[in-house]
Ligand binder design. Sequence first.
Ligand code: FES
Length: 137
Amino acid sequence: MTWAAEEPERQVCKSYDDFSRSEFGGRGVLMVINLVFVDASGERREVSSVEGRSLMEAASLSGIPGIDADCGGACACATCQVYVDADWLSRLPPIGESESNMLEFAANRHESSRLACQIKLTPELDGLTVTTPEFQF
Ligand code: FES
């Protein structure tokens, strides 16, 4: 991975073969998205990913505990449930019907519950903070 300073105010990733560059506004670069995962004991883990990945993928690739993602992101297991920090909840796209239906089967669903596999990382989500539920450990 190569880092470039083409946009000095933001750190950008210059090459990442898993994604179609046309999907990202023709910029030809992917933005780095910084994320914070807090576990039930309060331990914070700060990781970086890139736009276009799901929050679940970012967690799994970084070894974040408590995100099992048994269905691999198919919105069919709810083992990627996270509680979104109150400051961030309104900045996420609205919850979809299938995501909401799946969360009905999740233990300890809260108002801030979302499925990490259904949250696509965008530059607007840089700094997103979520908590992983205690029962998922
Ligand atoms: S990974 Fe299965 S619902 Fe998210």
